[in-house]
Ligand binder design. Structure first.
Ligand SMILES: CC(C)(COP(=O)(O)OP(=O)(O)OC[C@H]1O[C@@H](n2cnc3c(N)ncnc32)[C@H](O)[C@@H]1OP(=O)(O)O)[C@@H](O)C(=O)NCCC(=O)NCCS
Length: 167
């Protein structure tokens, strides 16, 4: 069974020890789970902290997800229908290299979407994320949940959005 759990002093060391494969590091722009915590602490512009979640398969921690409530107001989105709209932005999504390809990523992502759809930090019209344009597995996964490529590319990564009003 897959569960998403809050991160505390009891499990933070396990989260920071999770890692992707060497060849996958460029797909996540060399970021690390530890760096994500630092970003989450620094970059909560709307005053609402990010939600970092550890992914457990039964009692084993297998991955890490993080999302944040945000406004899609980057200048490169100006001509888009979603410009200025509220969104849940999926900031990080990883399954440890030893646990990939077993269905955990898909089940965890689905649980996180259900969590987001309860609008835990406020109403939103979109869920948004970036994935590296060479990341075929990520693209397949996100497309299967209704994310649509926008054509906006930053740092070799495609912005994809899911319109929650089209559900
Ligand atoms: C992307 C990632 C989170 C997916 O998690 P996972 O547990 O490995 O994936 P799952 O086993 O749940 O498979 C999910 C879907 O991905 C696709 N997929 C999985 N492994 C695949 C492979 N080797 N080749 C092609 N597609 C694959 C399939 O569509 C699969 O769905 P399906 O089984 O219904 O067909 C994980 O591989 C990972 O952490 N990769 C490195 C970090 C990363 O790229 N994160 C995403 C950043 S945007």
């Amino acid at each position: 069974m897959i569960e998403l759990q809050k991160i505390s002093g009891d499990n933070i060391d396990e989260v920071t020890a999770l890692d992707v494969g060497e060849k996958q590091k460029e797909l996540i722009l060399e970021t690390t789970n530890l760096r994500c915590f630092a970003d989450a602490h620094m970059l909560n512009a709307d005053g609402i902290p990010a939600t970092p979640l550890a992914i457990y398969a039964d009692d084993t921690m297998v991955g890490f997800l993080m999302y944040i409530y945000d406004t899609l107001d980057h200048e490169s989105f100006e001509s888009e229908a979603f410009y200025g709209k509220k969104a849940y932005f999926i900031w990080h999504n990883m399954i440890d290299k030893n646990h990939q390809g077993k269905g955990f990523g898909k089940l965890a992502f689905e649980k996180m979407l259900l969590d987001i759809e309860t609008m835990p930090n406020g109403e939103a019209e979109y869920i948004a994320l970036f994935y590296h344009k060479n990341n075929v597995i990520a693209k397949t996964l996100y497309t299967s949940f209704g994310f649509v490529d926008t054509g906006i590319i930053q740092d070799n990564s495609m912005l994809a959005v899911k319109n929650l009003k089209e559900n």
